[in-house]
Design a protein around this ligand. Structure first.
Ligand code: ADP
Length: 596
């Protein structure tokens, strides 16, 4: 505690002072600490070195103290982006990402990101200052008053409040434990301004802070569950492994690969699991996705949920008699959509080790008819894709632009890719191959727009590596002001905007005088935004220009934005999710006249 600042025992207990003075009652001066310092001490004691946030009443000093004590503080322009950055940091590091927000509206702006983190199973803690409880609870109208503790509750794994300065260490420990253990998720930690400013004896404060031991303990599967699962896979004629972002998060890359290669079972990565094994791997069924899903008779789900992203495991997308085996840390996930014939409850690392070791006694061989069938479909789809990328229409369309991006990224496989939009997401996911684990972050389980800049900032901050954010022009708008944050911190982030001038596409004719609901500004020069804040801007209209601009931007290792002008007629409504659009009966059927 030797570097702890001393606090004067004045009426204003938050006055920072490096010298000690006598207390007003004349008693011996003793070193004091306060809530601000204890939050920082507790985070640091648990190796949390970064805070993403926006300052304001009552947490400004918390950010200052954090920075003064060697933590990284990244200040944003809107709290949702700060929260998204914290969520992505959690996914990338397996430590909870921390987002700091002010009371009331600031807290509420952060909450969607915390909810999104929980939905995606990313560990995150939102720490928010809050107003005077005595006034809030009696609804007396305090500055930015809101019952934040309860407002957060439905959206998070847990919502806690600290009511006494001496509980801060405990509260941080509890928040960390809750965020990362079992199924990871979001935790809300409410700290009223009065508690942050409360002083206490520094030595006692130091004792109130602790380091959480083994925050996400291993959870081993039962041996009989392992046997049952291997049995199902060994009997299958057409087995398939689906890797989800839980598998990417688990950082058990080597044993997952070992199991897949030892068995020869084809694998299908969900979008954020791309790169766990390289997309170029011979066992990847990514380019034969629909056949793999439709024909598999036994499916091992590793950190992937049978939710909407996998058609709920239903026929006809899946074979009606497909048997599902599932690895998940949350046993309540089993049977959520389909019967799970062999549930494997445990952490992915431990389960995959057990499965791999079980192969010695129960080897698995995959019939070659199955691997040949997938290889044949893959070759056919690859050829089609190559053809589409090679077309060179003017103005550019999605495939040609993405083909150019792909060629640059192939030469730079260690670049992190962030991706959001409708067509920009669906097509980039297919065109851009990933070679390394946890290098792709996207809209995830909610298909949420607005994660782009927050995720890109976190990827750059946490890894120090270059990031390319492939954005639809509409998606970019949700967090676009964070281009200033990217420029302010001189982060190696290149934002590529696939600009077709609209939501889905930019050529819809309006019903009246105003622009159609899906239309944005096709002539927008987004690159000027980067230039406004000291970054590099590019405007490109051909694949060759895009390739050159992206290569140049990556080489600069600094903030850049490439506005990529596409044909406004490029793109389809709702991307690959058109079937989720409710079409009214009136629109679907021709009107029936009264006379029949
Ligand atoms: P995707 O969208 O890629 O299919 P999901 O987010 O639906 O992936 O699924 C991730 C699953 O992984 C969740 O059900 C979660 O409980 C599980 N999970 C996360 N971390 C671990 C872990 N370390 N061990 C086991 N399961 C995990």
């Amino acid at each position: 505690m030797d570097d702890r600042h001393r606090y004067t025992r004045s009426r204003d207990m938050t006055t920072l002072s490096t010298s000690s003075t006598a207390a007003p009652d004349g008693s011996e001066d003793a070193p004091l600490t306060d809530g601000f310092h204890l939050v920082v001490d507790a985070l640091k004691a648990n190796d949390i070195d970064t805070i993403y946030g926006i300052v304001g009443i009552p947490i400004t000093d918390l950010a200052r103290v954090a920075q003064a004590r060697g933590m990284r503080y990244i200040g944003f322009r809107q709290e949702t982006s700060a929260g998204n950055a914290a969520a992505a940091a959690g996914f990338l590091t397996r430590r909870p990402g921390v987002c700091l927000t002010t009371s009331g509206p600031g807290f509420l702006n952060g909450l969607p990101a915390l909810a999104n983190a929980t939905t995606n199973c990313f560990p995150m803690i939102q720490i928010s200052g809050s107003s005077n409880r005595a006034l809030v609870d009696l609804q007396r109208g305090d500055y930015q008053d809101l019952d934040q503790l309860n407002a957060a509750r439905p959206f998070v794994k847990a919502s806690y409040r600290v009511d006494r300065v001496e509980d801060i260490g405990l509260a941080i420990a509890r928040a960390i434990r809750t965020a990362v253990s079992g199924r990871p998720g979001g935790v809300y930690l409410d700290i009223p301004g009065a508690v942050l400013g409360q002083a206490m004896d520094a030595a006692q404060g130091a004792e109130s802070v602790w380091r959480v031991i083994d925050p996400a303990p291993r959870q081993l599967p039962a041996p009989e569950a392992v046997d049952r699962a291997l049995d199902v896979l060994a009997r299958a004629r057409r087995p398939l492994i689906v890797l989800g972002k839980g598998a990417a998060y688990a950082q058990a890359d080597a044993v997952i690969r070992d199991f897949i290669e030892s068995t020869g079972i084809p694998f299908l990565p969900m979008s954020m699991a791309k790169g766990l094994l390289p997309d170029s791997h011979r066992q990847s069924a990514a380019a034969a996705r629909s056949v793999a899903i439709a024909r598999a008779d036994a499916v091992l789900l590793v950190g992937a949920r049978l939710n909407w992203l996998l058609g709920h495991g239903e026929s006809p997308q899946w074979a009606a008699d497909a048997k599902f085996v599932q690895v998940d840390i949350a046993a309540s996930e089993f049977d959520s959509n389909q019967p799970i014939v062999a549930p494997l409850a445990g952490d992915i690392g431990s389960v995959m080790f057990a499965l791999r070791d079980g192969l010695a006694a129960r080897p698995i061989t995959v019939p070659t008819e199955w691997t040949d069938e997938l290889a044949e479909r893959r070759a056919r789809n690859d050829a089609k894709m190559t053809e589409r990328r090679a077309e060179n229409p003017h103005p550019m369309r999605f495939y040609n632009a993405l083909g150019a991006i792909r060629s640059v990224l192939q030469a730079n496989p260690d670049v992190y890719v962030v991706n959001e939009g409708a067509n920009a997401l669906d097509l980039a996911r297919n065109v851009i191959d990933m070679e390394l684990p946890r290098h792709r972050l996207d809209t995830g389980t909610w298909g949420v727009m607005g994660i782009g800049m927050g995720y890109a900032i976190a990827a750059a901050v946490e890894t120090g590596r270059p990031v390319v954010a492939i954005e639809g022009d509409s998606a970019f708008g949700f967090s676009g002001m964070e281009i200033e944050t990217i420029c302010r911190y001189r982060l190696p982030v290149t934002v590529v905007i696939l600009n077709n001038g609209g939501v889905y596409r930019g050529d819809e004719k309006p019903a009246g005088d105003s622009p159609a609901p899906t239309v944005l500004n096709a002539g927008a020069r987004h690159e000027l935004l980067a230039e406004a804040f000291g970054g590099k801007g590019y405007h490109v209209t051909t694949p060759a220009e895009l390739r050159a601009a992206l290569a140049h931007a990556l080489a600069s290792n600094g903030p850049s934005l490439i506005d990529c002008e596409l044909d406004p007629s490029a793109g389809v409504e709702s991307g690959h999710l058109a079937s989720l659009n409710p079409t009214s009966a009136a629109n679907r059927k021709p009107a029936v006249s009264a006379g029949g």
